[in-house]
Design a protein around this ligand. Structure first.
Ligand SMILES: [Zn+2]
Length: 223
């Protein structure tokens, strides 16, 4: 059976996440939410994490500021500022296994995603690192993304789709997409394709060479 897992990045958003959670609840789909630390100062956003957790979804860390990908971030304390600070905010809200989803470049997978320090941190703190294998670009095309996502699902045995619970992104197309996935005979699952998890509970299981940059060197002039 073709399997489809849904993930929602860059929230929680007080205006959008409640509606996304309503759609998932009404259709009986459990998903993954990769949240930003910068939103968790807002009690409305913390309550949305709690609601998602209580409704059976999985919560992960998607960095604090979502500004500079870790593999390009020259700050010596980037890992503390981006991963550890978000972990501290999530800890009271999410008792489950730790997940980190790196960000960068509109869903492009490459050496900008992680730094050596980030890998060390994720291993030491027993994180799973969760990537993706479908980025239908909902934030650019809120009406057209479902067709691309459905094509990705049809082309792979197990697809982990990245969507965004932020304004102007996946929400308008979400109910129809879920219905179309089921009409196609595909099954919604919570588990992650093995190829999308290069670190599992602190164990390196994938080839990190293609995912880890060296920020200091990347900053040297090239001309
Ligand atoms: Zn993101």
């Amino acid at each position: 059976m073709t399997r489809v897992a849904l993930s929602f990045d860059n929230g929680p958003d007080p205006d959008v996440t409640p509606a996304v959670l309503d759609v998932l609840r009404d259709r009986g789909v459990a998903a993954q939410f990769y949240v930003l630390g910068k939103w968790l100062a807002d009690p409305r956003c913390r309550r949305l994490v709690e609601r998602a957790r209580d409704e059976g979804h999985t919560i992960g860390n998607h960095s604090f500021g979502h500004a500079v990908p870790l593999g390009e971030d020259p700050r010596p304390d980037a890992v503390a500022i981006e991963i550890a600070a978000t972990e501290a905010l999530l800890a009271p809200l999410w008792p489950g296994a730790r997940r980190f989803r790196p960000f960068g470049g509109g869903g492009v997978i490459g050496r900008h995603l992680l730094s050596p320090g980030a890998v060390d941190y994720l291993v030491a703190h027993r994180y799973s690192c969760i990537l993706w294998n479908s980025v239908p670009r909902d934030w650019i095309d809120p009406a057209g993304w479902p067709a691309r996502a459905l094509a990705d699902c049809a082309a792979q045995d197990h697809t982990l789709v990245v969507l965004h619970d932020v304004p102007g992104a996946c929400l308008p197309g979400l109910p129809g997409f879920i219905d179309a996935v089921r009409a196609a005979g595909f099954e919604f699952v919570c588990d992650v394709p093995a190829a999308c998890a290069p670190i599992v509970d602190g164990r390196i299981t994938g080839d990190l060479a293609a995912l880890v940059g060296t920020p200091a060197i990347a900053r040297l002039p090239t001309a």
